[in-house]
Design a protein around this ligand. Structure first.
Ligand SMILES: Cc1cc2nc3c(=O)[nH]c(=O)nc-3n(C[C@H](O)[C@H](O)[C@H](O)COP(=O)(O)OP(=O)(O)OC[C@H]3O[C@@H](n4cnc5c(N)ncnc54)[C@H](O)[C@@H]3O)c2cc1C
Ligand code: SF4
Length: 328
């Protein structure tokens, strides 16, 4: 076992100060991903800064009608909150589609957003991996990549972002709030996770020592409904092969508003702006939904063994949008 220090932060300021003073330190939320990676030798932080008891565990309605979700709200509490289930059902559905009941009781909102890829080479320290050890190569490109990216990948990394919650948050236009040594800032969820490019070791735009303090949702759109669906190998306890989160508003048979995000296809939640343009102002029919999915998925570049994700994403999209259309 590699020795590491442990500090239980008594305040947000103390946590951020400790992060700035100890390069390589990691914040500990529920620990359901970080501790696993430490056991595997993938993460070797010199210090764990335990933030799990900080007062960031509330879900609060904002004066403008939006919602503020503290970074330490547990996944189970988030999924069960009446305000989330009523106003942002896609978020509740996405959280419930992830992990298991026990894990969700422990896992936090901030930790969920920052969980690392499930690429098997990343988790195996005996293998090369550009994300874990930059410059060593990407064996997944020609190796086991059935579960990995079909969009936005690079020659350096073909990993996928694993959080279901992040996909729903991307469709819902959420914002991540951060506090770091240089102060506070807010980043749209759609800009928070990165594409791999030539720096696959960086999953997100978070800076060293920055703490996620909250995630904020804009007010619900009157007349719009949201939904999340996930295709996976098992009915539970499995990561997404493909997932879709959608917000749809239809009036008199015409799409007034559409927001769509894919999971399981890329290194970040994939906000489907091309599909949204096809949907906006068009008749809400299965034909339109299929054309929108096709327009977005034209950018897909499947690898040898994961081409099946493209038709899967199309069918899931059509099903989700058709289901939402029936309820609007
Ligand atoms: C068997 C299994 C199955 C799973 N299946 C799914 C699934 O299907 N879908 C899914 O979405 N997830 C799944 N998960 C992942 C699970 O959702 C994550 O492990 C969990 O959400 C991480 O939250 P945590 O609070 O435990 O994070 P931690 O493990 O505590 O932290 C994760 C990372 O975030 C950092 N961090 C934590 N909190 C903060 C903060 N406030 N600010 C800055 N950095 C922070 C940590 O330093 C660490 O790098 C699964 C996990 C397991 C073990
Ligand atoms: S896909 Fe990314 S995480 Fe997986 S082996 Fe390649 S570089 Fe590593």
């Amino acid at each position: 076992m590699k020795p590491f220090g442990y500090l239980r932060a008594g305040s947000v300021d103390e946590a951020v100060r400790a992060g700035a003073d100890h390069p390589g330190a990691r914040f500990l939320g529920g620990g359901t991903n970080l501790v696993d990676l430490m056991k595997l030798g993938v993460e070797t932080p010199p210090l764990l800064i335990d933030v799990s008891r900080l007062p960031l565990d509330r879900i609060e309605k904002l004066p403008d009608g939006g919602l503020r979700i503290g970074a330490l709200v547990r996944n189970s509490d988030l999924a069960a909150a009446a305000v989330v289930r009523d106003r942002y059902p896609a978020l509740s559905q996405a959280v419930l589609a992830g992990a298991s009941g026990q894990l969700r009781n422990t896992a936090t909102t901030g930790g969920n957003l920052l969980q690392r890829t499930r690429c098997t080479y990343f988790q195996d320290v005996s293998k090369p991996c550009n994300k874990r050890a930059p410059g060593t190569g990407c064996p997944a490109r020609d190796g086991a990549h059935r579960d990995l990216a079909v969009m936005g990948h690079s020659e350096h990394c073909v990993a996928t972002q694993p959080s279901d919650m992040a996909v729903a948050l991307a469709a819902l236009d959420a914002t991540v709030h951060l506090r770091g040594p240089d102060g506070e800032r807010a980043v749209p969820v759609t800009d928070f996770h990165r594409l791999p490019g030539d720096r696959p070791e960086r999953d997100t735009v978070i800076r060293a020592g920055e703490l996620i303090t909250a995630v904020e949702l804009p007010p619900e759109r009157p007349g719009a409904r949201s939904r999340f669906r996930k295709a996976r190998d098992r009915a539970s306890f499995a990561f997404a092969l493909v997932s879709v989160a959608a917000v749809l508003e239809v009036r008199d048979g015409t799409v007034q508003y559409a927001a769509l995000a894919f999971g399981g296809l890329a290194h970040r939640p994939w906000r489907a702006r091309t599909a949204e343009k096809v949907l906006l102002g068009a008749s809400a029919t299965q034909g339109t939904f299929g054309r929108a999915a096709d327009a977005e998925l034209a950018a897909a570049r499947p690898l040898r063994d994961n081409g099946f994700k493209v038709p899967l994403a199309r069918n899931l999209t059509v099903g989700v949008l058709a289901g939402l259309n029936e309820c609007t």
